[in-house]
Design a protein around this ligand. Structure first.
Ligand code: FAE
Length: 530
Protein backbone atom coordinates (compact mmCIF):
# COMPACT_ATOMS: atom_id res chain seq x y z
CA UNK A 1 0.00 0.00 0.00
CA UNK A 2 1.02 3.59 -0.42
CA UNK A 3 1.72 4.66 3.13
CA UNK A 4 1.38 8.29 2.19
CA UNK A 5 -2.27 7.56 1.64
CA UNK A 6 -3.43 8.31 5.14
CA UNK A 7 -6.97 8.80 6.19
CA UNK A 8 -6.52 12.54 6.43
CA UNK A 9 -7.69 15.03 8.90
CA UNK A 10 -9.89 16.99 6.60
CA UNK A 11 -10.09 14.75 3.63
CA UNK A 12 -11.73 11.77 3.90
CA UNK A 13 -18.70 25.80 44.86
CA UNK A 14 -18.63 23.75 47.28
CA UNK A 15 -20.85 26.10 49.27
CA UNK A 16 -22.45 24.04 51.96
CA UNK A 17 -21.93 20.63 53.45
CA UNK A 18 -24.63 19.03 55.60
CA UNK A 19 -25.07 15.62 57.09
CA UNK A 20 -28.57 14.17 57.04
CA UNK A 21 -30.22 10.82 57.46
CA UNK A 22 -30.59 9.20 54.06
CA UNK A 23 -34.39 9.43 54.05
CA UNK A 24 -34.56 13.17 54.68
CA UNK A 25 -34.50 14.37 51.09
CA UNK A 26 -36.37 11.74 49.16
CA UNK A 27 -38.73 10.51 51.88
CA UNK A 28 -38.47 6.76 52.15
CA UNK A 29 -37.53 6.14 48.53
CA UNK A 30 -35.24 3.12 48.67
CA UNK A 31 -31.96 3.34 46.85
CA UNK A 32 -31.88 1.02 43.84
CA UNK A 33 -28.75 -0.81 44.98
CA UNK A 34 -29.05 -0.69 48.74
CA UNK A 35 -32.39 -1.19 50.47
CA UNK A 36 -30.86 -1.02 53.97
CA UNK A 37 -28.88 2.13 53.63
CA UNK A 38 -27.64 2.91 57.13
CA UNK A 39 -24.90 5.32 56.31
CA UNK A 40 -25.44 9.05 56.31
CA UNK A 41 -26.17 11.16 53.31
CA UNK A 42 -23.94 14.07 52.47
CA UNK A 43 -25.51 17.00 50.65
CA UNK A 44 -23.22 19.12 48.52
CA UNK A 45 -23.80 22.28 46.49
CA UNK A 46 -21.83 22.79 43.29
CA UNK A 47 -22.14 25.34 40.52
CA UNK A 48 -21.22 23.16 37.56
CA UNK A 49 -21.14 19.38 37.45
CA UNK A 50 -20.10 17.04 34.64
CA UNK A 51 -21.15 13.38 34.76
CA UNK A 52 -18.62 11.11 33.03
CA UNK A 53 -14.96 11.60 32.08
CA UNK A 54 -14.84 10.23 28.51
CA UNK A 55 -14.25 12.35 25.41
CA UNK A 56 -17.32 14.60 25.82
CA UNK A 57 -16.79 15.14 29.57
CA UNK A 58 -13.06 15.81 29.21
CA UNK A 59 -13.49 18.44 26.49
CA UNK A 60 -16.23 20.12 28.56
CA UNK A 61 -13.99 20.07 31.66
CA UNK A 62 -11.03 21.69 29.90
CA UNK A 63 -13.00 24.40 28.13
CA UNK A 64 -14.84 25.37 31.37
CA UNK A 65 -11.76 25.21 33.60
CA UNK A 66 -9.60 27.33 31.32
CA UNK A 67 -12.28 30.05 31.60
CA UNK A 68 -11.84 29.91 35.37
CA UNK A 69 -15.11 28.12 35.98
CA UNK A 70 -14.81 25.60 38.83
CA UNK A 71 -16.02 22.17 37.74
CA UNK A 72 -16.83 18.97 39.60
CA UNK A 73 -16.43 15.86 37.48
CA UNK A 74 -18.21 12.72 38.69
CA UNK A 75 -16.90 9.42 37.37
CA UNK A 76 -18.20 6.01 38.44
CA UNK A 77 -14.91 4.29 37.53
CA UNK A 78 -11.54 4.43 39.22
CA UNK A 79 -8.91 7.14 38.91
CA UNK A 80 -6.28 4.62 37.81
CA UNK A 81 -3.36 7.01 37.93
CA UNK A 82 -4.16 8.11 41.49
CA UNK A 83 -5.01 4.61 42.70
CA UNK A 84 -1.56 3.13 42.12
CA UNK A 85 -3.22 0.12 40.42
CA UNK A 86 -1.63 -1.19 37.23
CA UNK A 87 -3.40 -2.15 34.00
CA UNK A 88 -3.14 -5.81 33.06
CA UNK A 89 -2.30 -7.58 29.82
CA UNK A 90 -4.72 -9.57 27.69
CA UNK A 91 -3.02 -12.86 28.44
CA UNK A 92 -2.63 -12.20 32.16
CA UNK A 93 -5.84 -10.37 33.17
CA UNK A 94 -5.99 -8.76 36.62
CA UNK A 95 -7.90 -6.00 38.40
CA UNK A 96 -8.36 -3.80 35.34
CA UNK A 97 -9.82 -6.56 33.13
CA UNK A 98 -13.49 -6.21 33.98
CA UNK A 99 -15.99 -4.00 35.76
CA UNK A 100 -17.21 -6.07 38.74
CA UNK A 101 -17.26 -9.43 36.98
CA UNK A 102 -15.91 -12.80 38.12
CA UNK A 103 -14.75 -13.81 34.60
CA UNK A 104 -13.07 -11.95 31.76
CA UNK A 105 -15.34 -10.25 29.22
CA UNK A 106 -13.14 -9.97 26.12
CA UNK A 107 -14.87 -10.55 22.76
CA UNK A 108 -13.59 -14.19 22.78
CA UNK A 109 -11.59 -16.79 24.74
CA UNK A 110 -12.86 -15.80 28.19
CA UNK A 111 -11.07 -18.52 30.09
CA UNK A 112 -9.87 -16.43 33.03
CA UNK A 113 -11.49 -16.08 36.48
CA UNK A 114 -11.27 -12.68 38.16
CA UNK A 115 -11.58 -11.13 41.59
CA UNK A 116 -14.49 -8.66 41.39
CA UNK A 117 -13.03 -5.18 41.04
CA UNK A 118 -14.03 -1.87 39.49
CA UNK A 119 -12.03 -2.71 36.34
CA UNK A 120 -11.53 -0.53 33.29
CA UNK A 121 -13.55 -2.60 30.79
CA UNK A 122 -17.27 -3.19 31.07
CA UNK A 123 -19.72 -5.11 28.88
CA UNK A 124 -23.46 -4.61 28.75
CA UNK A 125 -25.26 -7.74 27.57
CA UNK A 126 -28.52 -7.43 25.64
CA UNK A 127 -30.34 -10.24 23.84
CA UNK A 128 -28.87 -9.52 20.39
CA UNK A 129 -25.89 -7.33 21.13
CA UNK A 130 -23.05 -6.97 23.61
CA UNK A 131 -21.68 -3.48 24.18
CA UNK A 132 -18.14 -2.89 25.48
CA UNK A 133 -17.34 0.33 27.39
CA UNK A 134 -14.48 1.95 29.26
CA UNK A 135 -14.86 2.76 32.97
CA UNK A 136 -12.52 5.01 34.89
CA UNK A 137 -11.14 8.53 34.73
CA UNK A 138 -10.66 8.84 30.96
CA UNK A 139 -13.68 6.70 29.99
CA UNK A 140 -13.31 4.77 26.72
CA UNK A 141 -9.86 6.26 26.09
CA UNK A 142 -8.44 3.88 28.73
CA UNK A 143 -9.41 0.71 26.89
CA UNK A 144 -9.81 1.62 23.24
CA UNK A 145 -7.43 0.92 20.37
CA UNK A 146 -6.63 4.61 19.96
CA UNK A 147 -7.61 4.71 16.26
CA UNK A 148 -8.10 8.41 15.56
CA UNK A 149 -10.12 8.52 12.36
CA UNK A 150 -11.70 11.64 10.91
CA UNK A 151 -14.90 10.67 9.07
CA UNK A 152 -15.37 11.16 5.35
CA UNK A 153 -16.51 14.73 4.76
CA UNK A 154 -19.48 13.78 2.60
CA UNK A 155 -20.71 11.23 5.13
CA UNK A 156 -20.38 13.75 7.97
CA UNK A 157 -22.43 16.20 5.90
CA UNK A 158 -25.07 13.52 5.31
CA UNK A 159 -25.30 12.62 9.01
CA UNK A 160 -25.28 16.22 10.26
CA UNK A 161 -26.99 18.28 7.53
CA UNK A 162 -27.60 21.24 9.87
CA UNK A 163 -23.92 21.66 10.87
CA UNK A 164 -21.33 23.79 9.10
CA UNK A 165 -19.26 20.93 7.61
CA UNK A 166 -16.51 23.23 6.31
CA UNK A 167 -15.98 24.70 9.78
CA UNK A 168 -15.73 21.21 11.27
CA UNK A 169 -12.99 20.26 8.79
CA UNK A 170 -11.11 23.53 9.14
CA UNK A 171 -11.49 24.00 12.91
CA UNK A 172 -13.00 21.32 15.15
CA UNK A 173 -11.47 18.16 13.65
CA UNK A 174 -7.94 19.65 13.53
CA UNK A 175 -8.39 20.90 17.11
CA UNK A 176 -9.55 17.46 18.30
CA UNK A 177 -6.57 15.77 16.61
CA UNK A 178 -4.14 18.28 18.07
CA UNK A 179 -5.43 18.02 21.65
CA UNK A 180 -5.63 14.22 21.49
CA UNK A 181 -2.06 14.04 20.11
CA UNK A 182 -2.95 12.05 17.02
CA UNK A 183 0.12 10.75 15.16
CA UNK A 184 1.07 8.18 12.54
CA UNK A 185 3.72 5.48 12.62
CA UNK A 186 6.67 5.95 10.29
CA UNK A 187 6.74 3.83 7.14
CA UNK A 188 10.19 2.48 8.00
CA UNK A 189 9.06 1.33 11.45
CA UNK A 190 5.98 -0.43 10.09
CA UNK A 191 8.02 -2.14 7.38
CA UNK A 192 10.63 -3.31 9.85
CA UNK A 193 8.75 -4.10 13.07
CA UNK A 194 8.01 -7.83 13.65
CA UNK A 195 4.98 -6.82 15.71
CA UNK A 196 3.27 -5.33 12.62
CA UNK A 197 3.49 -8.40 10.44
CA UNK A 198 -0.28 -8.82 10.94
CA UNK A 199 -0.81 -5.39 9.32
CA UNK A 200 1.61 -6.03 6.44
CA UNK A 201 -0.03 -9.40 5.72
CA UNK A 202 -3.52 -7.87 6.09
CA UNK A 203 -2.71 -5.09 3.63
CA UNK A 204 -0.95 -7.33 1.14
CA UNK A 205 -3.90 -9.72 1.06
CA UNK A 206 -6.44 -6.90 0.83
CA UNK A 207 -4.57 -5.37 -2.09
CA UNK A 208 -4.37 -8.73 -3.83
CA UNK A 209 -8.15 -8.99 -3.43
CA UNK A 210 -8.57 -5.57 -5.06
CA UNK A 211 -9.35 -3.54 -1.93
CA UNK A 212 -7.88 -0.12 -1.16
CA UNK A 213 -5.82 0.02 2.03
CA UNK A 214 -5.22 3.05 4.22
CA UNK A 215 -2.88 3.91 7.05
CA UNK A 216 -4.83 4.85 10.16
CA UNK A 217 -3.64 7.51 12.64
CA UNK A 218 -3.63 6.75 16.36
CA UNK A 219 -3.19 8.50 19.70
CA UNK A 220 -0.62 5.93 20.84
CA UNK A 221 2.77 7.65 20.77
CA UNK A 222 4.63 5.85 17.97
CA UNK A 223 7.94 7.40 19.00
CA UNK A 224 7.45 5.67 22.36
CA UNK A 225 6.61 2.43 20.53
CA UNK A 226 9.82 2.63 18.53
CA UNK A 227 11.71 2.83 21.83
CA UNK A 228 9.69 -0.14 23.14
CA UNK A 229 10.80 -2.08 20.11
CA UNK A 230 14.43 -1.28 20.89
CA UNK A 231 13.84 -2.23 24.55
CA UNK A 232 14.76 1.28 25.72
CA UNK A 233 11.54 1.82 27.71
CA UNK A 234 8.94 -0.42 29.39
CA UNK A 235 6.72 -2.13 26.85
CA UNK A 236 2.98 -1.62 26.64
CA UNK A 237 1.51 -1.98 23.10
CA UNK A 238 4.27 -4.48 22.39
CA UNK A 239 3.53 -6.32 25.64
CA UNK A 240 -0.13 -7.16 25.02
CA UNK A 241 -1.70 -4.17 26.80
CA UNK A 242 -4.80 -2.47 25.38
CA UNK A 243 -8.40 -3.40 26.21
CA UNK A 244 -7.56 -3.74 29.92
CA UNK A 245 -5.66 -0.44 29.75
CA UNK A 246 -2.16 0.67 28.71
CA UNK A 247 0.45 1.46 31.38
CA UNK A 248 2.58 3.43 28.90
CA UNK A 249 2.53 4.98 25.47
CA UNK A 250 -1.14 5.74 24.94
CA UNK A 251 -2.25 9.36 25.12
CA UNK A 252 -5.49 8.60 26.91
CA UNK A 253 -7.64 11.51 28.12
CA UNK A 254 -6.04 11.58 31.58
CA UNK A 255 -2.80 12.58 29.79
CA UNK A 256 -4.36 15.14 27.43
CA UNK A 257 -7.61 17.04 28.04
CA UNK A 258 -8.02 16.05 31.70
CA UNK A 259 -4.39 16.78 32.54
CA UNK A 260 -4.69 20.26 31.06
CA UNK A 261 -7.99 20.85 32.87
CA UNK A 262 -6.49 19.67 36.20
CA UNK A 263 -3.47 21.94 35.71
CA UNK A 264 -5.78 24.99 35.82
CA UNK A 265 -6.59 24.20 39.45
CA UNK A 266 -10.31 24.48 38.67
CA UNK A 267 -11.11 20.79 38.27
CA UNK A 268 -12.30 18.52 41.05
CA UNK A 269 -12.45 14.88 39.95
CA UNK A 270 -14.52 12.59 42.16
CA UNK A 271 -13.95 9.00 41.05
CA UNK A 272 -15.96 5.97 42.19
CA UNK A 273 -18.98 8.31 42.22
CA UNK A 274 -21.87 6.65 40.43
CA UNK A 275 -24.84 8.87 39.61
CA UNK A 276 -28.05 6.86 40.11
CA UNK A 277 -30.61 9.37 38.88
CA UNK A 278 -31.29 13.07 38.43
CA UNK A 279 -34.13 15.22 39.79
CA UNK A 280 -35.11 18.65 38.52
CA UNK A 281 -35.98 20.96 41.42
CA UNK A 282 -38.78 23.59 41.32
CA UNK A 283 -36.15 26.37 40.99
CA UNK A 284 -34.80 24.60 37.87
CA UNK A 285 -31.62 23.44 39.61
CA UNK A 286 -30.70 19.75 39.57
CA UNK A 287 -30.11 17.19 42.31
CA UNK A 288 -28.04 14.11 41.68
CA UNK A 289 -28.46 10.94 43.70
CA UNK A 290 -24.92 9.56 43.94
CA UNK A 291 -23.44 6.36 45.37
CA UNK A 292 -19.81 6.53 46.36
CA UNK A 293 -18.54 2.98 45.92
CA UNK A 294 -15.46 1.00 46.91
CA UNK A 295 -13.45 -1.10 44.45
CA UNK A 296 -15.77 -4.06 45.14
CA UNK A 297 -18.67 -1.96 43.90
CA UNK A 298 -20.27 -1.62 47.35
CA UNK A 299 -21.81 1.69 48.35
CA UNK A 300 -19.76 3.27 51.12
CA UNK A 301 -21.36 6.70 51.08
CA UNK A 302 -24.51 8.32 49.73
CA UNK A 303 -24.44 11.86 48.39
CA UNK A 304 -26.99 14.29 47.07
CA UNK A 305 -25.17 16.76 44.86
CA UNK A 306 -27.12 19.88 43.92
CA UNK A 307 -26.01 21.94 40.96
CA UNK A 308 -27.11 24.85 38.82
CA UNK A 309 -25.56 23.63 35.59
CA UNK A 310 -25.26 20.02 34.56
CA UNK A 311 -23.34 18.48 31.68
CA UNK A 312 -24.23 14.87 30.95
CA UNK A 313 -21.30 13.01 29.37
CA UNK A 314 -21.84 9.48 30.65
CA UNK A 315 -21.31 7.99 27.16
CA UNK A 316 -24.09 6.81 24.85
CA UNK A 317 -25.37 4.05 27.11
CA UNK A 318 -24.81 5.93 30.40
CA UNK A 319 -26.46 9.15 29.25
CA UNK A 320 -29.47 7.38 27.74
CA UNK A 321 -29.86 5.37 30.92
CA UNK A 322 -29.64 8.37 33.23
CA UNK A 323 -32.22 10.40 31.28
CA UNK A 324 -34.69 7.55 30.77
CA UNK A 325 -34.31 6.24 34.32
CA UNK A 326 -34.62 9.70 35.88
CA UNK A 327 -37.73 10.32 33.81
CA UNK A 328 -39.26 7.06 35.04
CA UNK A 329 -38.24 7.57 38.68
CA UNK A 330 -38.52 11.31 39.28
CA UNK A 331 -40.55 12.55 36.29
CA UNK A 332 -37.43 14.32 35.11
CA UNK A 333 -38.63 16.09 31.94
CA UNK A 334 -37.19 14.66 28.72
CA UNK A 335 -37.93 15.19 25.06
CA UNK A 336 -39.87 12.46 23.24
CA UNK A 337 -36.82 11.93 21.01
CA UNK A 338 -34.65 10.66 23.89
CA UNK A 339 -33.78 6.99 23.26
CA UNK A 340 -34.34 7.24 19.50
CA UNK A 341 -31.90 6.92 16.58
CA UNK A 342 -29.56 4.56 18.42
CA UNK A 343 -27.08 2.50 16.41
CA UNK A 344 -23.99 0.27 16.68
CA UNK A 345 -22.02 2.36 14.12
CA UNK A 346 -22.33 -0.64 11.83
CA UNK A 347 -19.88 -2.68 13.94
CA UNK A 348 -19.45 -6.25 12.74
CA UNK A 349 -16.53 -8.52 13.64
CA UNK A 350 -15.18 -11.34 11.53
CA UNK A 351 -11.95 -13.24 10.93
CA UNK A 352 -10.04 -15.49 8.54
CA UNK A 353 -7.86 -18.53 9.31
CA UNK A 354 -4.84 -19.93 7.58
CA UNK A 355 -3.77 -16.47 6.55
CA UNK A 356 -0.39 -17.00 4.94
CA UNK A 357 -0.20 -20.14 7.05
CA UNK A 358 2.68 -21.63 5.15
CA UNK A 359 4.82 -18.51 5.01
CA UNK A 360 4.85 -17.33 8.58
CA UNK A 361 1.20 -16.35 9.21
CA UNK A 362 0.43 -13.11 11.01
CA UNK A 363 3.44 -13.31 13.31
CA UNK A 364 4.17 -14.67 16.78
CA UNK A 365 4.04 -11.31 18.46
CA UNK A 366 1.58 -8.53 17.61
CA UNK A 367 1.31 -4.92 18.65
CA UNK A 368 -2.08 -4.23 20.23
CA UNK A 369 -2.39 -0.92 18.36
CA UNK A 370 -4.06 -1.09 14.94
CA UNK A 371 -2.57 1.01 12.14
CA UNK A 372 -4.12 -0.41 8.97
CA UNK A 373 -7.54 -0.21 7.39
CA UNK A 374 -9.42 -1.18 4.25
CA UNK A 375 -11.47 1.60 2.70
CA UNK A 376 -14.41 0.25 0.70
CA UNK A 377 -16.72 3.12 1.69
CA UNK A 378 -17.25 4.52 -1.79
CA UNK A 379 -18.65 1.24 -3.12
CA UNK A 380 -22.29 1.87 -3.95
CA UNK A 381 -23.58 -1.62 -3.24
CA UNK A 382 -21.44 -2.73 -0.33
CA UNK A 383 -19.91 0.25 1.46
CA UNK A 384 -17.75 -0.54 4.50
CA UNK A 385 -14.57 0.41 6.33
CA UNK A 386 -12.46 -2.35 7.90
CA UNK A 387 -9.98 -2.12 10.75
CA UNK A 388 -7.21 -4.70 10.37
CA UNK A 389 -7.30 -5.64 14.05
CA UNK A 390 -4.55 -7.27 16.09
CA UNK A 391 -5.00 -10.67 17.74
CA UNK A 392 -2.15 -10.67 20.26
CA UNK A 393 -2.46 -14.21 21.60
CA UNK A 394 1.27 -14.68 22.21
CA UNK A 395 1.45 -17.32 19.44
CA UNK A 396 1.25 -17.45 15.68
CA UNK A 397 -2.48 -17.89 15.15
CA UNK A 398 -2.32 -17.32 11.36
CA UNK A 399 -5.66 -15.59 11.79
CA UNK A 400 -6.68 -12.12 10.63
CA UNK A 401 -9.25 -10.31 12.73
CA UNK A 402 -11.39 -7.57 11.20
CA UNK A 403 -13.68 -4.97 12.77
CA UNK A 404 -16.01 -3.77 10.03
CA UNK A 405 -17.83 -0.44 10.17
CA UNK A 406 -20.94 -0.47 7.96
CA UNK A 407 -23.76 1.94 7.22
CA UNK A 408 -27.05 1.52 9.09
CA UNK A 409 -30.25 0.61 7.30
CA UNK A 410 -32.47 1.30 10.29
CA UNK A 411 -32.05 2.66 13.80
CA UNK A 412 -32.61 0.88 17.07
CA UNK A 413 -33.99 2.55 20.17
CA UNK A 414 -33.36 2.53 23.90
CA UNK A 415 -35.97 2.28 26.64
CA UNK A 416 -35.83 1.89 30.40
CA UNK A 417 -37.87 -0.65 32.35
CA UNK A 418 -38.64 0.57 35.86
CA UNK A 419 -39.68 -2.90 37.04
CA UNK A 420 -36.39 -4.59 36.23
CA UNK A 421 -34.36 -1.36 36.61
CA UNK A 422 -32.68 -2.15 33.28
CA UNK A 423 -32.17 -0.58 29.89
CA UNK A 424 -33.90 -2.29 27.00
CA UNK A 425 -32.52 -2.13 23.50
CA UNK A 426 -34.70 -2.60 20.46
CA UNK A 427 -32.01 -4.13 18.27
CA UNK A 428 -32.01 -7.53 16.59
CA UNK A 429 -30.69 -9.51 13.62
CA UNK A 430 -32.79 -7.51 11.17
CA UNK A 431 -30.55 -4.51 11.98
CA UNK A 432 -27.35 -6.40 11.11
CA UNK A 433 -28.42 -8.61 8.17
CA UNK A 434 -26.85 -6.35 5.53
CA UNK A 435 -23.66 -6.11 7.61
CA UNK A 436 -23.42 -9.92 7.54
CA UNK A 437 -23.88 -9.83 3.75
CA UNK A 438 -21.00 -7.34 3.55
CA UNK A 439 -18.84 -9.57 5.78
CA UNK A 440 -19.60 -12.62 3.61
CA UNK A 441 -18.68 -10.67 0.48
CA UNK A 442 -15.48 -9.38 2.10
CA UNK A 443 -14.35 -12.82 3.27
CA UNK A 444 -15.28 -14.46 -0.03
CA UNK A 445 -13.25 -11.90 -1.99
CA UNK A 446 -10.26 -12.16 0.35
CA UNK A 447 -10.28 -15.97 0.39
CA UNK A 448 -10.65 -16.22 -3.38
CA UNK A 449 -7.58 -14.05 -3.91
CA UNK A 450 -5.45 -15.39 -1.06
CA UNK A 451 -6.78 -18.71 0.15
CA UNK A 452 -7.86 -19.05 3.78
CA UNK A 453 -11.20 -19.79 5.42
CA UNK A 454 -13.66 -18.01 7.69
CA UNK A 455 -12.58 -18.32 11.37
CA UNK A 456 -15.42 -20.59 12.47
CA UNK A 457 -14.12 -20.70 16.04
CA UNK A 458 -14.40 -16.95 16.50
CA UNK A 459 -17.77 -15.42 17.45
CA UNK A 460 -20.84 -17.16 16.02
CA UNK A 461 -19.32 -19.37 13.35
CA UNK A 462 -17.00 -16.52 12.34
CA UNK A 463 -19.56 -13.70 12.39
CA UNK A 464 -19.70 -11.27 15.32
CA UNK A 465 -22.95 -9.44 14.62
CA UNK A 466 -23.41 -8.86 18.34
CA UNK A 467 -20.01 -7.23 19.02
CA UNK A 468 -20.34 -3.48 19.55
CA UNK A 469 -17.51 -1.12 20.52
CA UNK A 470 -19.15 2.04 19.14
CA UNK A 471 -22.65 2.61 20.56
CA UNK A 472 -23.95 5.95 19.30
CA UNK A 473 -27.12 8.03 19.47
CA UNK A 474 -30.31 8.19 21.49
CA UNK A 475 -29.93 11.87 22.44
CA UNK A 476 -29.34 13.13 18.94
CA UNK A 477 -28.08 16.63 18.21
CA UNK A 478 -30.84 18.83 16.82
CA UNK A 479 -33.52 16.27 17.79
CA UNK A 480 -33.45 15.58 21.55
CA UNK A 481 -31.23 18.63 22.04
CA UNK A 482 -30.85 21.92 20.23
CA UNK A 483 -28.03 22.26 17.67
CA UNK A 484 -25.46 22.64 20.49
CA UNK A 485 -26.36 19.86 22.95
CA UNK A 486 -28.79 21.81 25.18
CA UNK A 487 -31.40 19.25 26.22
CA UNK A 488 -34.80 20.28 24.90
CA UNK A 489 -37.04 21.76 27.60
CA UNK A 490 -34.13 22.72 29.89
CA UNK A 491 -32.08 25.87 30.36
CA UNK A 492 -28.99 24.56 32.14
CA UNK A 493 -28.73 20.95 31.08
CA UNK A 494 -26.35 19.84 28.33
CA UNK A 495 -25.55 16.51 26.69
CA UNK A 496 -22.02 16.23 25.32
CA UNK A 497 -20.91 12.74 24.25
CA UNK A 498 -21.42 9.96 21.70
CA UNK A 499 -25.19 9.95 22.22
CA UNK A 500 -25.40 13.12 20.06
CA UNK A 501 -24.40 11.15 16.92
CA UNK A 502 -27.36 9.45 15.21
CA UNK A 503 -26.18 5.81 15.32
CA UNK A 504 -23.46 5.94 12.63
CA UNK A 505 -20.45 8.00 11.58
CA UNK A 506 -18.70 5.53 9.24
CA UNK A 507 -15.39 5.27 11.11
CA UNK A 508 -14.22 4.74 14.70
CA UNK A 509 -15.98 7.57 16.51
CA UNK A 510 -13.88 9.30 19.18
CA UNK A 511 -12.43 12.00 16.93
CA UNK A 512 -15.97 12.97 15.92
CA UNK A 513 -17.20 12.91 19.54
CA UNK A 514 -14.30 15.18 20.54
CA UNK A 515 -14.87 17.58 17.63
CA UNK A 516 -18.60 17.78 18.38
CA UNK A 517 -17.85 18.44 22.05
CA UNK A 518 -15.46 21.27 21.09
CA UNK A 519 -18.14 22.78 18.85
CA UNK A 520 -20.91 22.50 21.49
CA UNK A 521 -18.75 23.88 24.32
CA UNK A 522 -17.64 26.90 22.29
CA UNK A 523 -21.26 28.03 21.95
CA UNK A 524 -22.36 26.98 25.45
CA UNK A 525 -19.46 28.85 27.08
CA UNK A 526 -20.06 31.97 25.08
CA UNK A 527 -23.83 32.15 25.51
CA UNK A 528 -24.63 30.36 28.78
CA UNK A 529 -21.59 30.99 31.01
CA UNK A 530 -20.82 34.59 30.18
P1 FAE B 1 -17.14 7.34 27.26
O1 FAE B 1 -15.74 7.44 26.78
O2 FAE B 1 -17.80 5.99 27.25
O3 FAE B 1 -17.17 7.94 28.74
C1 FAE B 1 -18.30 7.91 29.56
C2 FAE B 1 -17.83 7.88 31.01
O4 FAE B 1 -18.97 8.08 31.85
C3 FAE B 1 -17.23 6.54 31.42
O5 FAE B 1 -15.99 6.75 32.04
C4 FAE B 1 -18.26 5.96 32.40
O6 FAE B 1 -17.69 5.17 33.43
C5 FAE B 1 -18.90 7.22 32.96
N1 FAE B 1 -20.27 6.99 33.45
C6 FAE B 1 -21.27 6.33 32.83
N2 FAE B 1 -22.39 6.30 33.57
C7 FAE B 1 -22.08 7.00 34.72
C8 FAE B 1 -22.83 7.30 35.90
N3 FAE B 1 -24.09 6.91 36.05
N4 FAE B 1 -22.20 7.99 36.89
C9 FAE B 1 -20.90 8.40 36.74
N5 FAE B 1 -20.15 8.11 35.65
C10 FAE B 1 -20.74 7.43 34.64
O7 FAE B 1 -18.11 8.31 26.47
N6 FAE B 1 -13.18 4.53 19.20
C11 FAE B 1 -12.31 5.06 18.31
O8 FAE B 1 -12.57 6.15 17.78
N7 FAE B 1 -11.13 4.41 18.01
C12 FAE B 1 -10.83 3.19 18.54
O9 FAE B 1 -9.77 2.62 18.26
C13 FAE B 1 -11.75 2.60 19.45
N8 FAE B 1 -11.52 1.37 20.00
C14 FAE B 1 -12.37 0.89 20.96
C15 FAE B 1 -12.05 -0.31 21.61
C16 FAE B 1 -12.85 -0.75 22.66
C17 FAE B 1 -12.52 -2.04 23.35
C18 FAE B 1 -13.97 0.01 23.09
C19 FAE B 1 -14.84 -0.45 24.24
C20 FAE B 1 -14.30 1.19 22.44
C21 FAE B 1 -13.51 1.64 21.38
N9 FAE B 1 -13.78 2.84 20.75
C22 FAE B 1 -12.92 3.34 19.81
C23 FAE B 1 -14.98 3.62 21.08
C24 FAE B 1 -14.67 4.87 21.93
O10 FAE B 1 -13.84 4.53 23.02
C25 FAE B 1 -16.01 5.47 22.41
O11 FAE B 1 -16.77 5.81 21.28
C26 FAE B 1 -15.79 6.71 23.26
O12 FAE B 1 -15.04 6.41 24.42
C27 FAE B 1 -17.13 7.32 23.67
O13 FAE B 1 -16.87 8.57 24.28
P2 FAE B 1 -17.95 9.27 25.20
O14 FAE B 1 -17.43 10.58 25.61
O15 FAE B 1 -19.27 9.21 24.51
Amino acid sequence: MNRKEFIQTGSLGVAALFFLGSSSLFGNTPHPGNQNRENKTIILQKDTVIIGSGYGGSVAALRLCEKNIPVTLLEMGLNWEKSGEKFSTMINPGHSAAWLKSKTIAPFFNLFSLEKFTGALDRLDFEHIKIWLGRGVGGGSLVNGGMAVTPKKEYFREIFPTLDTEKFYSTYFPLANKELKTNVASEEFLEDCDFYKFTRVGEEEAKKAGFKTVCVPNVYDFKYMEKEYKNEVPRSALAGEVIYGNNHGKNSLDKTYLKKASDTGNLEILDLHQVNYITQNPDKTYSLDVSVINTKGEEIQHKIINTKKLILSAGTMGSNELLLKSNAKTQFPIDENVGKEWGNNGNFMTGRNWVKAFSGGTGFQQSTIPVGGIDHWEDEKKPFFVEIAPLPMGMNVATSLYLMVNKLKKFGDVKYDLKTDKLQLNWNESHTEHMKDNAKYFLRTMNKANGGTRSHLLFDNGFGADVCYHPLGGIVLGKATDNFGRLNGHENFYVVDGSLIPGTIGVNPFITITALAEYCMEEILEKDFS
